[in-house]
Design a binder for this molecule. Structure first.
Ligand code: GDP
Ligand code: MN
Length: 381
């Protein structure tokens, strides 16, 4: 789950990281009164869950409260990279002397968190990695020891930070790492961390992604979820307890079990196809869950064929078959489908599908090959 900038800033601030004074607003007049409270120049920032808002025109400076109102009106009416803006953060404007990048994420290869720093803040870190990788410094953090002070100092030295700011930088790095671990985050990033005109370090932007699977133990973070920002298929999937990840291919997959879902995707690729999604309906899924899952798959307009691969254990094949038919009654579609059902109540499931003239396959290879050719046929017409 991605957090908004204003939410991540609040969290960072609880860990001792300096942030600009400011508050979130949902209307232009509210933005005006925040600007009045703050006094002086402010920056009005669109709160959308995407980076690069600055370049997209979603961040504007305002000299007076009425200018803040005007700018907020414009920002609240715009879309930033296709996302409608529903809130703006009004912050005291900072004078920027230098922009630094500081972030923590997981390095799966190293099986450890990694902290990354760069003197090239203010641009996306992927961009820095591409055009000037020598300006990017990383340290691997031993999870049992945490971030050591010398490691943070190494980063400060690497980005050639002025000596008198090292102590402050080390505090920020430790605060960021603690915020990251205590929130079960997969990303905590300050870009830019700026040196202000009066020589202080403050987090001008904040980004945080929290592991969905850890939200059960973070009620206060779970409450921060912005339902308006969630794509409808993801929202629907969460409602029904389905694990759904949209991908770029054209073959929709409905599978029970994460391992089987991975295997199914592999076999689709083996036969030259591209999966449109990962979808695990889980064990014991009833007809309604199957119907919801099919609705989610078909809501993706890239999908040219659907492959069901169900291994009936606690999930019964006849339930799944009924779910498919139920779903097809609700969503009218001309997307071709192939079903591979095996296991508990297989015969009954097959009978139900045969009666409804559904295409079935005896093995996973056969099902995947069929799905690939069905999708290709649709592309060629
Ligand atoms: P992003 O584009 O979505 O990453 O949004 P940021 O919050 O990082 O803002 C983008 C850029 O806007 C920053 O790198 C700064 O250059 C500029 N910016 C943001 N806040 C201020 C501010 O208070 N004062 C000034 N002068 N520039 C700002
Ligand atoms: Mn930024």
């Amino acid at each position: 789950m991605k957090l908004h900038e204003y939410q991540a800033k609040q969290i960072f601030s609880q860990y001792g990281i300096a942030i600009p004074r400011g508050r979130v607003a949902s209307t232009a007049s509210e933005a005006k009164s925040v600007a009045q409270e703050l006094g002086g120049r402010v920056v009005v920032k669109s709160q959308v869950l995407v980076g690069g808002r600055g370049k997209a025109g979603g961040i504007r400076l305002a000299n007076t409260p009425s200018e803040a109102e005007e700018v907020a009106t414009q920002i609240l009416a715009m879309q930033v990279k296709g996302l409608p803006v529903r809130k703006v953060l009004v912050d005291e404007a900072a004078t920027i002397v230098e922009e630094i990048y500081l972030g923590v994420t997981n390095d799966r290869g190293a099986r450890s968190p990694v902290m990354i720093a760069s003197s090239e803040g203010g641009i996306e870190i992927e961009e820095v990695a591409r055009i000037m990788p020598e300006r990017l410094f990383r340290i691997t953090i031993e999870p049992l020891l945490g971030l050591r002070e010398y490691q943070a100092r190494y980063l400060a030295a690497s980005i050639e930070l002025r000596r008198e700011l090292w102590r402050e930088f080390v505090g920020i790095a430790q605060g960021l790492y603690t915020a990251y671990t205590e929130s079960d985050a997969t990303l905590a990033e300050i870009n830019p961390l700026v040196i202000t005109g009066d020589g202080r370090l403050i987090a001008l932007d904040a980004k945080m992604v929290v592991d969905d699977n850890a939200l059960f133990r973070h009620a206060e973070l779970a409450e921060m979820r912005d339902f308006d920002e969630e794509a409808p298929p993801e929202r629907e999937a969460r409602k029904y307890g389905l694990s759904y990840v949209k991908l770029d291919g054209d073959i929709g997959c409905m599978v029970n079990g994460a391992g089987l879902a991975m295997a199914t995707m592999d076999v689709i690729k083996l036969f030259g196809g591209e999966p449109a999604n990962f979808l695990d309906i889980g064990g014991g899924a009833g007809a309604d869950k199957v119907a919801a899952a099919l609705g989610i798959i078909l809501s993706d307009s890239n999908v040219q064929a659907v492959l069901f691969n169900i291994f009936g254990g606690i999930t019964r094949c006849d339930e799944v078959a009924r779910g498919i038919l139920m779903a097809l009654k609700e969503v009218s579609t001309d997307v071709p489908m192939v079903v591979r059902l095996t296991g508990t109540n297989e015969a009954e499931g097959q009978r139900i599908l045969a009666e409804a003239d559904m295409l079935t396959a005896g093995s996973l290879s056969e099902a995947a090959q069929t799905a690939v050719s069905l999708a290709n046929e649709r592309h060629s017409v």
